[in-house]
Design a protein around this ligand. Structure first.
Ligand code: FAD
Length: 544
């Protein structure tokens, strides 16, 4: 395949070029020549910008390319193809810094949280010379990994160092899926992916349509990004939990840490993630403007990966360009609820994702190879603030209620309550597993999940599973395993910001990323980090 260029010069972009899965490398060149109507001597070079596939017809799976093509007479080709929506001038997707730090900084910006949002905000600010200080409540990623395994292997939870908290944020032990449906006119997503590649992610994340990294590589990547921030004069301080804000007349002046330390700054980025419930409470008490927002609740479902591969790819299952198959399913239930698959992890495992004692939360992860036996995904139901009336923090209480109940149903030691799909549909407790071995550690407790979520959610999921069977044969097979509960799909609140990306009622506070309700995944959190870094940099320069 053509070599990859990180910074393509302006070229012609060709989209929707479809070729059979098993095409030769020359077929790509031939297709370009045909499409543009040029001679081979006029084709200077080309690179793959994106490669996806169309598997709607399993017997005729096609690769779908977006290419950047350099030709001898670009203007003439563009003019000849002006009627063709698949041929255009390539946009400039390179990142351009909005400003650089002055020689004398008025003060260093603070960033709370070192997840994808805080990392990208920190990196971009450091690259512009603003020497950010990043405060992270959890530990460095290697120490954090040990604590996380402590829960998975020994049922010992460290509430400050776990799947949600610590270097790398919530996505560190994940599938590392790196796609998002956000609008991105400034190509910030490209900046995030490019930095990930520089830090050790596989280059292919820049051109495959559904890139993923997997857990092991994420760990190394996060360490490399920290090293880069530090080399540029930034600092990342671990085990520094922010417990309060210093406020003077509607302007943030700094933060207070759990160890009693105070740090002063008029620019504070709040990149907390969706599980910082104690910090949300502090913000509520400090009257920072927040609103309740919709999120989703449900279960994880597990099938053999081979079942999903067969259903999606037929005879081409296992093809190296296709990888382990994923799926995306939606069902609109008769009770008005939407049920959909969430954070699907091919060839992965279900993980214990609680950050609070005596509560059970599920999520999913995988390694880069996606070679584990089971496919898993959240099967979740959309809910909205009418389902949890009360203060803006009511969504947190709602999550806690169901997570505590799941702990009880799991009979302690952080085992998760689980049920076979067949038993769930009949409403009878499960007594014995079938052929599918659930992957959740530290283990599952077979039970009846009927009371594990509100009745409307159970009804909607019972209706959705047979509907999903019509799209993926075997989806509702008797021994597919449901594990509960999936409650942390996104933040239950939004820390609303204005057009200047500052809190609506606290100047200098920049709510960002998933916890603030402005992202829903690793890539979109990283993109939001770039966005707030720019806003902070411009504001700091204006102060100067
Ligand atoms: P976070 O990543 O949550 O980071 C917030 C950080 O802030 C944390 O490290 C936390 O310790 C720190 N913090 C919180 N409060 C304080 C405080 N008071 N003081 C100091 N520090 C504080 N998304 C995908 O796109 N693809 C996936 O494959 C994927 N898989 C996932 C698998 C799992 C198991 C989980 C849990 C999540 C997964 N996600 C995935 C979601 C993704 O991880 C999040 O959307 C993303 O991490 C949000 O980034 P963030 O920086 O906004 O917040």
């Amino acid at each position: 395949l053509p070599r990859l260029r990180l910074n393509p010069t302006l070229m012609i972009r060709l989209t929707e070029l479809r070729l059979p899965l098993e095409h030769s490398p020359e077929a790509l060149t031939t297709a370009i020549l045909e499409k543009l109507g040029i001679a081979a001597t006029d084709l200077i070079d080309f690179t793959i910008f994106k490669r996806g596939y169309d598997a709607r017809k399993r017997t005729a799976i096609r690769l779908v390319y977006t290419l950047e093509v350099q030709v001898a007479n670009e203007a003439a080709v563009l003019s000849r193809c002006s009627h063709d929506p698949q041929v255009s001038l390539s946009p400039d997707t390179r990142y351009h810094f909005v400003t650089q730090a002055p020689k004398e900084l008025p003060h260093r910006p603070l960033i709370i949280g070192f997840g994808p949002c805080g990392i990208m905000a920190g990196l971009v600010l450091a690259q512009m010379g603003f020497q950010p200080i990043i405060l992270e409540r959890g530990k460095k990623v290697r120490e954090r990994t040990k604590d996380t395994w402590g829960l998975w292997r020994k049922s010992v939870l460290n509430p400050e160092s776990n799947v949600q908290f610590g270097e790398g944020g919530a996505g560190t032990f994940s599938d590392g899926k790196l796609y998002s449906q956000i609008k991105d006119p400034k190509h910030y997503g490209r900046k995030v992916l490019t930095e990930f590649v520089k830090a050790g992610a596989p280059e292919e994340i820049l051109y495959v349509s559904k890139p993923h990294i997997g857990t092991f590589r994420l760990v190394k990547m996060v360490e490399n990004m920290r090293a880069q921030i530090e080399a540029l004069g930034g600092e990342v301080r671990f085990q520094r939990q922010v417990t309060d804000l210093l406020i003077e007349q509607g302007q943030v002046r700094g933060v207070m840490l759990a160890n009693g330390e105070q740090l002063r700054s008029d620019h504070v980025i709040l990149a907390l993630g969706h599980s910082a419930r104690d910090t949300f409470k502090m913000l509520f008490e400090r009257k920072v403007f927040m609103e309740a927002k919709p999120f989703s609740i449900g279960f994880r479902i597990e099938h053999p990966q081979t079942l999903i591969d067969q259903a999606r790819f037929g005879q081409q299952a296992g093809h190296e360009l296709l990888g382990a198959a994923d799926y995306k399913l939606v069902h609109h239930a008769n009770n008005g609820r939407s049920v959909y698959s969430f954070c699907m992890c091919p060839g992965g495992q279900v993980v214990a994702a609680t950050s609070e004692e005596n509560r059970v939360v599920t999520n999913g992860m995988s390694q880069y190879s996606r070679a584990e036996r089971n496919a898993n995904a959240g099967i979740v139901v959309g809910i909205s603030p009418e389902d949890y009336p009360g203060t803006v923090l009511a969504g947190l209480d709602f999550q806690r209620h169901w997570e505590s109940h799941a702990f009880e149903l799991g009979e302690g030691s952080y085992r998760a309550p689980a049920q076979l799909v067949g038993d769930f549909l009949k409403g009878i407790p499960s007594k014995q597993l079938g052929q599918i071995e659930p992957s959740y550690q530290p283990g599952v407790q077979l039970t009846d999940l009927t009371t594990s979520l509100p009745a409307y959610a159970i009804t909607a999921i019972r209706e959705a599973l047979p509907a999903f069977e019509r799209q993926i044969k075997g989806f509702s097979r008797y021994d597919a395993v449901l594990t509960g509960v999936e409650t942390r799909t996104s933040s239950p609140l939004r820390i609303t910001r204005g057009e200047d990306l500052q809190s609506l009622n606290l100047q200098g506070l920049y709510p960002a990323g998933e916890g603030a309700g402005y992202a829903g995944g690793i890539l979109s959190a990283g993109v939001d980090g770039v966005r707030v870094a720019e806003a902070v940099a411009l504001s700091l320069n204006a102060v100067n």
